[in-house]
Ligand binder design. Structure first.
Ligand SMILES: *[C@@H]1O[C@H](CO)[C@@H](O)[C@H](O)[C@H]1NC(C)=O
Ligand SMILES: *[C@@H]1O[C@H](CO)[C@@H](O)[C@H](O)[C@H]1NC(C)=O
Ligand SMILES: *[C@@H]1O[C@H](CO)[C@@H](O)[C@H](O)[C@H]1NC(C)=O
Ligand SMILES: *[C@@H]1O[C@H](CO)[C@@H](O)[C@H](O)[C@H]1NC(C)=O
Length: 297
């Protein structure tokens, strides 16, 4: 009698409980492995992810909650940490290239480098500090691939950060076309003032002038998104200051089965940056834009 009672009352629920508990353990272990950021300083990695490790299936949707400034100009530090918390890294230690860093005090990779053991190359037109791998180079669309080779860049980086204030689009395009160096995540400056339905970018070959403080610089969000898309990168975010765009390799989104969660270019576009930039209109009407350089397909 006792036996039968026990079986009915506890037996089946107990088995269900144990099985689901084992399933849960397996699931959380897998997630932990995927999530783990490879770093020399694991004590730090833990403290960054306050919620504890685990891929957040809605991480793309939550990305806007993660802007946080540590050493970056604005909230880029927090966004990059959030992205890598959810897609991991492939190099050990993780590798980056960033150009347009000035002296490296305020840039997108300083936190990763100093606190998380990432390694990489920085380049800037005015600064050289070999101790932190920062080299004085004038990066152009013509020399960028040679420069990457010169500093022994691996063929697949975790992060590429581009901030040249003018021809960023063409330098990225040159890297993409050469097909020698790839990055899983790309952060690149754009021109917030160009409406998201206008596919245009500055003509960098018109003369030697670069950014003169006016609206005449960079590329619009649609031009950047179209360029990325042509090379299998997906635009996932634009920061609230209207300064940077974040791209990741489309294959990563497909692997995570979240490509359908990416918002449209129109939705990602920031119509009113939280800072009023007040860049004056370009008075020189001969300064040209190039339209539809990469057609959105
Ligand atoms: C690792 O991180 C801890 C906590 O921030 C820090 O105290 C320590 O100096 C770091 N170690 C290295 C090797 O960077
Ligand atoms: C970069 O360009 C400037 C201006 O053209 C030049 O004066 C400087 O020497 C160049 N620097 C390097 C490292 O090539
Ligand atoms: C983009 O991905 C597609 C599908 O995997 C592939 O056929 C195509 O060659 C890729 N394009 C580039 C430029 O890598
Ligand atoms: C750019 O392409 C769009 C869409 O195909 C088209 O409507 C527009 O006229 C083109 N602009 C120029 C200046 O060619």
């Amino acid at each position: 009698m006792m036996n039968i009672n026990f079986k009915n009352v506890f037996g089946i629920p107990l088995i269900i409980f144990i099985v689901s508990w084992l399933l849960f353990l397996t699931w959380s272990c897998q997630n932990n492995q995927k999530l783990r950021i490879l770093t020399r300083n694991t004590s730090n990695t833990q403290s960054i992810f306050k919620t504890g490790p685990g891929i957040h299936s809605s991480w793309l949707r939550q990305i806007h909650q993660h802007e946080q400034k540590i050493y970056s100009q604005n909230g880029e530090d927090g966004i990059l940490l959030w992205i890598f918390a959810n897609i991991g890294t492939v190099n050990y230690p993780p590798r980056f290239v960033e150009f347009g860093t000035e002296n490296g005090d305020e840039c997108n990779t300083r936190f990763l480098r100093e606190q998380l053991g990432w390694q990489g190359l920085m380049m800037d037109g005015n600064y050289e500090i070999p101790g932190i791998n920062l080299y004085k180079e004038n990066v152009t669309s013509k020399n960028i691939n040679e420069l990457l080779a010169k500093y022994q860049t691996p063929s697949l980086l975790d992060l590429l950060s581009i901030d040249l204030d003018f021809d960023d689009y063409f330098v990225w395009k040159s890297i993409l076309q050469a097909n020698r160096f790839h990055a899983r995540v790309v952060i690149i400056e754009y021109n917030y003032a160009i409406p998201p339905n206008e596919n245009r970018v500055v003509d960098p070959n018109q003369d030697s002038r670069r950014w003169t403080g006016t609206m005449h610089f960079g590329a619009g969000i649609l031009a950047m998104a179209a360029l990325g898309r042509a090379y299998n990168y997906t635009l996932i975010y634009a920061d609230k200051m209207g300064v940077n765009l974040f791209f990741i390799q489309t294959s990563i989104l497909i692997d995570q089965n979240i490509l359908h969660k990416v918002r449209s270019v129109e939705q990602i576009h920031v119509p009113k940056p939280i800072v009023y930039w007040n860049h004056p209109q370009e008075r020189d009407e001969t300064r040209r834009w190039i339209w539809n350089d990469t057609v959105w397909k």
